[in-house]
Design a protein around this ligand. Structure first.
Ligand SMILES: [Zn+2]
Length: 357
């Protein structure tokens, strides 16, 4: 579309969650601005415009996405710019649940507010700075308030020549019909199992078997595959058992039994150790949240929750950061080839001290 000058004024990229649509939208904007496009249809990656895009600071490119402020008062995307860039950088697959976790509290309903529409119209009223085109990338237009949509309608109906809107939607049925009907649409389909498996192996260093298993369960959703991966190679039930043992023995200060516990974990191999420390960090966080009594933010199996109902009182604001750090450092040490038995025993001893805080 860009090559033939047919990029529409309002392009809607629709398709299931976790299918890389926003990455495609960003690449389109970058390609549009790139001053040295390659012959095979890629942005060059090294011109000033490309570098600005990669650093989220291209002056003629605006991100607009659902945000939330405590008490439900209105907010602007620009207030959350830093959070959004970090979020996109960490994973290009745009897991809405993770976005919610990052910016909101339990019952939040992030929206694209009407003030956002007003600000966009003001910004787009100026001519483009460095580039030929001003681009607005909307993430999840289905979360746009009706008044916002009404404000933006004019932009879509009588677009300025130098403005392009790219909308990225997981649920196009939720977009107001007045907006939807005025967009030109392309559909991105879910990833195949094979694509997910290859990405996990190549980009995330996952083993063949674990990648195959995660891709089968993910049903084309990369976010789900990545979520599953944190818990592969051993069922969580084994890790929960190890976690419960660790915390019980640390509570009883049973040094001899803790040493045996550490030796057993070390014997399971580096991958299993890494997975355990990941799991332990997640459980500690879940227990901290559990103690805060915000069930909507908890994500535990019934077995995990049963243990947490008794254990969570030991995890509090005085020790949570250090507890998480211990697990994190252990993971790094294991990756750096440290002696497994020593790492595990060290974690066990630190638990004794930290649980007393
Ligand atoms: Zn370039």
């Amino acid at each position: 579309m860009v090559d033939t000058g047919r990029l529409p004024h309002a392009l809607l990229i629709e398709g299931p969650s976790g299918s890389g649509k926003f990455a495609l939208a960003r690449a389109t904007a970058q390609y549009l601005h790139c001053s040295a496009r390659t012959a095979d249809g890629e942005p060059c990656g090294v011109c000033p415009a490309c570098l600005q895009h990669q650093g989220f600071n291209h002056i003629d490119t605006v991100f607009s996405f659902p945000v939330y402020k405590k008490g439900g008062s209105s907010a602007l995307s620009s207030d959350f710019q830093r959070d959004f860039c970090d979020f996109v950088s960490e994973s290009p697959f745009m897991d809405y649940g993770q976005w919610l976790e990052r910016i909101a509290d339990a019952n939040a309903q992030p929206r694209i507010y009407v003030e956002e529409g007003e600000q966009l119209i003001r910004r787009l009223g100026f001519t483009a700075h460095g580039a030929r085109y001003k681009v607005v990338l909307f993430w999840l237009p289905e979360r746009m308030m009706e008044q916002t949509a009404n404000k933006l309608l004019k932009l879509i109906e009588e677009p300025a020549d130098d403005t392009r809107l790219i909308l990225v939607s997981n649920d196009p049925r939720g977009i107001l019909p007045t907006i939807y009907s005025r967009t030109q649409r392309i559909t991105v389909s879910r990833y195949t199992d094979r694509e997910i498996q290859e990405y996990l192996m190549r980009a995330r260093g996952v083993t063949d078997g674990a990648a195959a298993e995660a891709s089968r369960l993910a049903e084309g959703d990369m976010n789900r595959a990545l979520g599953l991966l944190a818990h592969t190679s051993q069922p969580d039930s084994i890790r929960l058992d190890m976690f419960i043992q660790l915390m019980r023995l640390a509570y009883m200060r049973d040094i001899v039994a803790l040493r045996t516990w550490g030796n057993n974990l070390a014997a399971s191999g580096r991958e299993a150790m890494t997975a355990f420390f990941d799991y332990a960090a997640r459980m500690l966080r879940e227990n901290y949240i559990y103690a805060l009594r915000v069930p909507q933010l908890n994500c535990m199996t019934p077995e995990e929750e049963q243990f947490s109902s008794r254990f969570s009182r030991f995890v509090n604001e005085r020790n949570i950061e250090d507890l998480m750090r211990v697990m994190d450092e252990a993971r790094v040490d294991v990756a750096a080839n440290a002696n497994g038995k020593i790492v595990c025993f060290d974690v066990a001893i630190k638990m004794i001290l930290l649980l007393k805080r």
